[in-house]
Design a binder for this molecule. Structure first.
Ligand code: TXA
Ligand code: MG
Length: 356
């Protein structure tokens, strides 16, 4: 009973949403588009339904899920309290790619969703299909990204099909997602300080503009983008898992001088090609002409990191499709969306990064 959205006809698209909502309401799993990546949804209050998400994804059960809502009435049923800073963030960025970790109303969602924590992560996606689907289902929808655990998040319905066909009850096709990387996950402390647990579609700079108490990065994320041995455990449990890793060995090169970066990358590609590797490159438009590799993928211009975020996961999937065994990637500045992009690139490369 796969629900294939026909976006060519508004009427059919509407039917697909209604059908998908009925599947959710009856305990099934449906993948749907959001402005960030495709999510795999289930009724957040239904433990059996939520368990289907974990088994379809092969996701570790200690990694809690984000609950998606369509309106503020749904929020009231999920949390015990919203403080002033949290309220301001919701007003500024919802609907949108910001997830807030809030005190959970006991019993409102399955403990499988929160992984037993006393908090629940909530967001209101900025995507009409997602909002209509959640409204029509009539329940908050738990939804992690709709990929097999360890694969890049899906930014097209076809990516969901590649990973989860036969394992889920439906896919609503809404075309390519916009942002391309996941939502920013934040926690707000008593004193109003905002801590970014996972960098994403809303930048730290954007957050800082609307809150008084300051914005900091979860210590466990600092410098490397991921927990290091001996560093504090990340408070967003998902951050400790390796994600997005393409099958090929991948290295990121950063440096102040583009010529030095390019020279290092090309030398490594040439050496890899000479020993029989299938080579791949992820680079920005400004430098693309400096390289040759078997698969050359542009992340767009360094002046438009939105393009890099939008293209990143499809590019990582493409490297696997092309059978690339050795990948070199350019770094980007970790400002704005660059923080989320570098976080995902570093994970993809298993933190294999060199500063030249
Ligand atoms: O953009 C997104 O956020 C996408 C789309 C589908 O909405 N969803 C997504 O979900 O990325 P997922 O499950 O792949 O990531 C959820 C993240 C994980 O890092 C998880 O550890 C964290 O949110 N998280 C969930 N509940 C939490 C909680 N109570 N406290 C701290 N972190 C939490
Ligand atoms: Mg995910």
């Amino acid at each position: 009973n796969e629900v294939e959205g026909e976006t060519s006809s508004l009427v059919e698209a509407h039917t697909a949403i209604e059908e998908a909502a009925a599947v959710l309401a009856s305990g099934g799993t449906v993948a749907f588009p959001t402005e960030t990546v495709y999510g795999l949804g289930a009724d957040a209050s239904n433990t059996e339904a939520v368990e289907r998400i974990f088994s379809a994804k092969g996701r570790p059960s200690d990694n809690p899920l984000i609950v998606h809502i369509a309106d503020m009435v749904q929020l009231e049923g999920l949390v015990t309290e919203v403080n002033e800073t949290q309220r301001r963030l919701m007003e500024a960025f919802w609907p949108g790619p910001l997830t807030l970790v809030l005190p959970a109303m006991p019993g409102a969602v399955s403990s499988r969703v929160t992984a037993g924590l006393s908090t629940v992560a909530v967001r209101m996606p900025a995507h009409d299909v997602a909002l209509q689907l959640i409204s029509a289902a009539g329940c908050p929808v738990a939804a992690p990204s709709a990929n097999r655990s360890g694969r890049p998040s899906p930014t097209l319905a076809s990516h969901v099909g590649e990973d989860l066909a036969g394992l889920i009850d439906g896919i609503v096709d809404g075309g390519p997602t916009g942002v391309g990387v996941e939502s920013t996950v934040v926690e707000v402390s008593q004193d109003g300080t905002v801590t970014v647990l996972r960098p994403g579609g809303i930048t730290a700079e954007q957050l800082a503009r609307v809150v008084a108490g300051g914005v900091k990065l979860d210590l466990a994320l600092q410098s490397s983008g991921e927990a290091q041995p001996g560093s504090p455990a990340p408070r967003s449990p998902g951050m400790k898992y390796t994600h997005y890793a393409p099958r090929g060995a991948m290295r990121i090169v950063k440096g102040a001088a583009p010529e030095a970066v390019a020279a290092h990358i090309q030398a490594a590609l040439d050496a890899a090609a000479a020993r029989g590797e299938t080579t791949g490159l992820l680079a920005f438009d400004e430098h693309l002409s400096l390289y040759h590799a078997e698969t050359m993928l542009s992340l767009g211009s360094l002046d438009s990191l939105e393009t890099a975020a939008h293209r990143l996961y499809a590019a990582l999937r493409r490297l696997d499709e092309d059978g690339v065994t050795f990948i070199m990637a350019e770094a980007c500045p970790e400002e704005g969306l660059g923080a989320a992009i570098m976080n995902r690139l570093l994970k993809a490369a298993g933190h294999n990064v060199i500063d030249v």
